[in-house]
Design a protein around this ligand. Structure first.
Ligand SMILES: Cc1cc2nc3c(=O)[nH]c(=O)nc-3n(C[C@H](O)[C@H](O)[C@H](O)COP(=O)(O)OP(=O)(O)OC[C@H]3O[C@@H](n4cnc5c(N)ncnc54)[C@H](O)[C@@H]3O)c2cc1C
Length: 464
């Protein structure tokens, strides 16, 4: 191994790369990690973390409104976008420093530069115009918001990267897309008082989630005042003389807004990375093709996280990195487990979900029992807010195995984390029934739905 400068060279200092570099260094390996932008990657700098902070910011107006029912009189509230952006920046800078320090503290070297492959053992450090060699190479370069060059006027649009640092809060925004990033930002901007329109080409927002949740969230967002146009697409974005934007939709409608945000998917960061020179194979979307151990077709080159386009979530990138360490450095081949990944959408109300949707389960199982309840959460009784909470368990009628658990409402993401354990453990509806409720909570409904709301037999719903 000493013939190389490093035992492991990691390209990309995001969720997956930082974890792999830190743990390999702690094992005593000679490790270097190159990051071209900011350590922490998408999650810390322009993804999960700042997004969640903005979600919190956007929830205060409803909290202020709801307070009245609890006896509070709240004075005039004012929002300062610049203060939020500055405070967010302070927090992500703190995290960025921790990420970098953790790698260095474990004995790894951090390099602030773009890195590209020269061949399967050689990496060019672009900022320093030098090359280094490594025995093993891990590519963890993540992804970025997909561009939309076919849209005339796309150069006037912003993506999730820019949205966090806008010079000023727009008065009106159009968000194009129906995935979780589009939906979350529609709720954030609406909560901050921005006139918000979500335009999505599909029939219903949030494909792949349970249809009940999708429809109920859609209706709730509309009731709050968010316009959702689907199916619809923008066909042209024109900059006006006053600096605002006219977005012309395929429906003929023209929307005048201050910003158009495109959130139409993610593209793996594989361009100009030297993959061809190293002989690493990509798929048609440009994602790196890996085997079940995250190894590419080149024996000593591995890839984890969003760049492999498996499940694009931070905990998954970290898990893949940990499995890579086991396989490459601990002589313990370990496959990442992508089954039953619990996830949240930080919409308002929030979604927490794990396992199969009803539609997906109906394709795979002959007999389903669906347990479903919809109710006003206790916190809304005095506030007067009409929003409903929705909970749903999808159960295999033959084995009683809980196949899917879906929640829409306050703290749904927190519930999904715990529901994830139950589904991963392969618990049955009987286990749920045997579990004592925690009272008074919303989550107690998950263990007190004793009778199926309806059955699904051979794909056909049977009520009563
Ligand atoms: C707006 C938004 C919200 C999100 N919210 C959530 C959420 O709530 N929950 C969740 O689980 N996931 C969320 N995600 C997804 C999550 O951020 C990603 O799944 C995760 O960051 C992937 O980690 P990664 O290590 O694969 O890549 P990344 O974190 O993207 O890191 C890749 C790093 O590589 C660097 N890089 C790229 N090319 C090079 C090169 N040639 N040389 C050097 N450095 C390079 C990049 O600058 C980047 O820092 C969100 C994403 C976005 C965009």
């Amino acid at each position: 191994m000493a013939q190389y400068d490093y035992d492991l060279f990691v390209i990309g200092g995001g969720s997956g790369g930082v974890r792999a570099a830190r743990v390999a260094a702690a094992l005593g390996k000679r490790v270097a990690l190159a990051e071209e932008f900011r350590f922490g990657g998408t999650c810390v700098i322009r993804g999960c973390v700042p997004k969640k902070l903005y979600v919190y910011a956007s929830q205060f107006p409803e909290h202020f409104e709801d307070a009245a029912g609890y006896g509070w009189t709240v004075g005039e509230a004012k929002f300062d976008w610049a203060a939020l952006v500055a405070n967010k920046e302070r927090e992500i800078s703190r995290l960025e420093a921790i990420y970098k320090r953790n790698v260095e503290g474990s004995g790894g070297e951090t390099i602030h530069s773009r890195a590209v492959l020269v061949d399967s053992h050689t990496i060019r450090i672009e900022a320093e115009n030098r090359t280094v060699t490594a025995d093993q190479i891990l590519i963890a370069t993540g992804g970025r918001a997909a561009a939309h060059p076919a849209l005339p006027g796309h150069e006037h649009c912003i993506y999730s990267n820019e949205v966090f640092d806008l010079a000023e809060l727009p008065k009106a925004i159009l968000i194009e897309g129906g995935g979780y990033i589009a939906v979350e930002f529609a709720n954030i901007f609406h909560g901050l008082g921005v006139e918000t329109t979500l335009v999505y080409r599909g029939k219903e927002i949030l494909s792949r989630f349970d249809m009940d949740l999708r429809r109920t969230l859609h209706d709730t967002m509309v009731a709050k005042g968010i316009r959702i146009l689907c199916p619809a697409v923008s066909e042209e974005v024109v900059k006006r003389a006053d600096g605002r934007l006219d977005a012309r939709l395929n429906t003929g409608e023209v929307l005048t807004v201050d910003q158009v945000m495109l959130a139409i998917g993610r593209t793996p960061n594989t361009e100009n990375l030297g993959l061809e020179a190293a002989g690493v194979v990509m798929d048609r979307q440009g994602a790196i093709v890996v085997d079940r151990f995250s190894r590419t077709n080149v024996q000593n080159v591995w890839a984890v996280g969003d760049v492999t386009n498996r499940v694009q979530l931070t905990p998954v990138a970290i898990h893949e990195a940990m499995c890579f360490i086991e396989t490459a450095f601990k002589n313990n081949p370990t496959e990442p487990d992508h089954d039953c990944v619990a996830t949240a959408v930080f919409s308002q109300p929030e979604i927490g979900t794990v396992g199969l949707s009803e539609d997906e389960a109906a394709k795979r199982f002959k007999h389903l029992e669906i347990y479903r309840t919809s109710f006003r959460p206790m916190r809304h009784t005095l506030s007067g807010r009409q929003e409903k909470m929705l909970m749903k368990l999808v159960v295999d009628g033959d084995t009683r195995l809980v196949l899917g658990a879906h929640v829409l409402g306050p703290d749904a993401g927190e519930m999904a984390q715990l529901l994830g354990i139950t589904l991963k453990a392969g618990l049955t509806k009987d286990d749920f029934d045997r579990t004592m409720a925690v009272h008074p909570t919303a989550a107690e409904e998950l263990v007190t739905m004793y009778k199926p709301t309806y059955l699904v037999k051979e794909g056909v719903r049977i009520d009563g």
